[in-house]
Design a protein around this ligand. Structure first.
Ligand code: PHE
Length: 361
C-alpha cells in the first residue's frame, strides 16, 4: 500500500468511527482544514516536477474527493438518525383539548368565511377556490378588461417579473372574480358557487391593506334575472347580520364584467352615534358589495353560449363584513397578529357557525 492509500484508509476509518457531529467535524478539520493532512498534500503539488505531478495530482485529488464524500455521507446519516430518534421520542397528542396554554382562537376572517359557506350552502351554493398567483387572462382579459383598459390601472396590481409558459403576465389576483372564469371554464352549468379567499392590491391605510379578503358569488343558469340577484343578496345579508329588518338599496354602477352593474348599500340605524346595520327606516346607507348580471362577453370567453346561459355575480369584502358585524374599526389590526386583539375578537375553535344556532352565535 502506498502512503496515500494508507492515509485514505485511515481517514475513512476515522470518519466511519466518528461518534457524533462534533467528532466528524474534528475529522474534517484534521483532513481538509487549513492545516489538514490532505490540504498539506495538495500544497506539495506545486513543488513537483511536471511528470511527478501528472502521477500524484489525480491521486491526491481522488483522496480529497473520497474524504469529502465520506464526510458528507456520514453527516447525512447522523442527521437522519437524529431526526428518527426525535420522531420516536417526541409525541403530539391531537386529542388534547384546545385552549390549554395561552389558547388559540379562530380569526374573525376565518369565522366569517365559515359563516358565508354555511349561509350559501343552505341556498345550494358550493365553495370554489382559485390560485392567488394568477395570470392576467383570468384576472383581467377574460373578465372583459382588455390590455389597455383603464380598470387595469385602477386595480393597483402587484405584477411578477416573469410571464408564464404561454407568455401571460403573472400577478397577485386583485379580486376573486378570476374564480368565476376558472369555474365557468371547467364546470358545465348550472353553476352556483361562492369563492372566498385572499386578494391583493398595492394600497395601505386604515381601511385598506395590501392583502385583504373577498368573497365572490356566481350563478349561471337559464332565465336568471336581476330579481334572483336581489333576493339572494337580501337573504344572505339578513342571515349574516341575523336580523330581518334589513333594507338593501341598489345603485347603478359600472364593472367591465357585469351589465347592468349594481352596487348594493345596506341601511343602518344610528344608536348612540354608532352605525348599526339594520332598521326598516334607516338613518343612512353603507356600501357593502358590487354585483351585476354577468356580461355576455365573459360568458362567451369561457366557451359558453350567452344566448342560452345567463347569470349574476357579486363580490364583497370579507374583512369589511367582519368589521361591520363584530365592531372593529381598524382593518390593519386584522393582520398584526397582536395576541390581545386575537383573544378579544377571536372565536373558540368549537364555535362552528350553524344556521340553526344563529351563524354568529
Ligand atoms: N370584482 C369586483 C371588485 O373587486 C367586485 C364584483 C364582483 C363586482 C362580481 C361585480 C361582480 O371590485
Amino acid at each position: 500500500m502506498t502512503d496515500i492509500d494508507q492515509l485514505q484508509a485511515d481517514l475513512l476509518a476515522a470518519i466511519a468511527g466518528a461518534p457524533g457531529l462534533e467528532g466528524l467535524e474534528a475529522c474534517r478539520v484534521h483532513a481538509l482544514g487549513k492545516q489538514g493532512v490532505v490540504t498539506g498534500l495538495l500544497k506539495t503539488l506545486g513543488g513537483m516536477s511536471p511528470d511527478e505531478r501528472q502521477v500524484q495530482g489525480p491521486r491526491i485529488q481522488a483522496l480529497r474527493t473520497a474524504v469529502t464524500d465520506a464526510i458528507a455521507d456520514r453527516k447525512a446519516m447522523m442527521e437522519r438518525a437524529g431526526l428518527e430518534a426525535r420522531l420516536a421520542t417526541e409525541t403530539l397528542d391531537l386529542s388534547l383539548p384546545t385552549g390549554g396554554i395561552g389558547g388559540g382562537s379562530v380569526h374573525p376572517v376565518s369565522q366569517v368565511m365559515d359563516e358565508l359557506a354555511e349561509i350559501f350552502a343552505d341556498l345550494g351554493f358550493a365553495v370554489a377556490t382559485g390560485p392567488e398567483i394568477e395570470d392576467d387572462w383570468h384576472n383581467f382579459t377574460a373578465l372583459n378588461i382588455p390590455d389597455a383598459h383603464p380598470a387595469r390601472a385602477m386595480h393597483d396590481t402587484f405584477y411578477f417579473d416573469k410571464a408564464d409558459g404561454e407568455g401571460r403576465k403573472m400577478l397577485l389576483r386583485t379580486h376573486t372574480s378570476p374564480v368565476q372564469i376558472r369555474t365557468m371554464v371547467t364546470t358545465p352549468p348550472p353553476i352556483r358557487i361562492i369563492a372566498p379567499g385572499r386578494t391583493y392590491r398595492s394600497d395601505s391605510d386604515a381601511t385598506h391593506t395590501p392583502m385583504f379578503h373577498q368573497v365572490e358569488g356566481l350563478v349561471i343558469d337559464k332565465g336568471i334575472t336581476l330579481g334572483h340577484l336581489k333576493w339572494t343578496l337580501e337573504t344572505f345579508v339578513k342571515a349574516f347580520f341575523e336580523r330581518d329588518d334589513i333594507v338593501l338599496r341598489q345603485r347603478p354602477s359600472y364593472f367591465p364584467f357585469t351589465e347592468p352593474s349594481v352596487e348594493i348599500d345596506v341601511g343602518y340605524t344610528l344608536i348612540k352615534g354608532k352605525r348599526v346595520i339594520g332598521g326598516t327606516e334607516p338613518d343612512g346607507w353603507m356600501e357593502i358589495l358590487g354585483s351585476g348580471m354577468v356580461h355576455p362577453k365573459v360568458i362567451a370567453a369561457c366557451g359558453l353560449d350567452p344566448a342560452v346561459w345567463q347569470g349574476f355575480a357579486f363580490g364583497c369584502g370579507i374583512d369589511r363584513l367582519a368589521m361591520l358585524k363584530y365592531g372593529m374599526d381598524d382593518l390593519r389590526a386584522f393582520f398584526d397578529g397582536d395576541l390581545r386583539w386575537l383573544r378579544h375578537y377571536g372565536f373558540a375553535a368549537l364555535d362552528v357557525p350553524t344556521l340553526s344556532g344563529g351563524v354568529g352565535a
